[in-house]
Design a protein around this ligand. Sequence first.
Ligand SMILES: [Zn+2]
Ligand SMILES: [Zn+2]
Length: 203
Amino acid sequence: MDRKEKIVEILQEKGEATVKELANIFNVSEMTIYRDIKELEKEGYIKRKHGSVLLKTEEDEEKTKDKTCPVCEKVITRAHPYKISLENKTIEACCEHCGMILHKQYEDKDVFAITYDFITENPITAFNAYYVVGSSAKPCCSPSVIPFSDKEMAEKFVKGFGGKVMSFLEVYDEINKTMNLNIKSCCQQTETINISKIKKEAK
Ligand SMILES: [Zn+2]
Ligand SMILES: [Zn+2]
């Protein structure tokens, strides 16, 4: 058995260990242990927490799994997906378009939703945001729904990329009206876009 395997065995027994403890056990330098740890970490066996080394749990695995949009099943790649919170859970949608469809499921519940300004990326309460619907910018699902905290900014965006500025409830109705049947095929219609280019042009 090599040292790395033994480290895993020790962690299984002890729960956790520091690099120093491991170095003492094997009578090698901390640097040597550090190198083993790095490799084990890369291979996905262990994690580090508060200076200790621990085995990875199934829960950790869950966290690193790709999240998919509950509406269109696309893998969520955005740093700030659309978030709906209710009771004690938060559900994320790939974009505002799917967020609106997701809201439909919780129409009669008290929910809180967060979106992020397209230009500044600052969080906004979804109900207070201005949305540009159906513009030529399609960062995710179409018709695209792009949030702004500022109405003027949204209107400026429309001048460059088309679409219409709407309030939360207007978008909600609009998207759910047009999307009632074939959600998957609609969400699949995406074009590649360069968000930073669009953002620059919109400034
Ligand atoms: Zn989606
Ligand atoms: Zn989407």
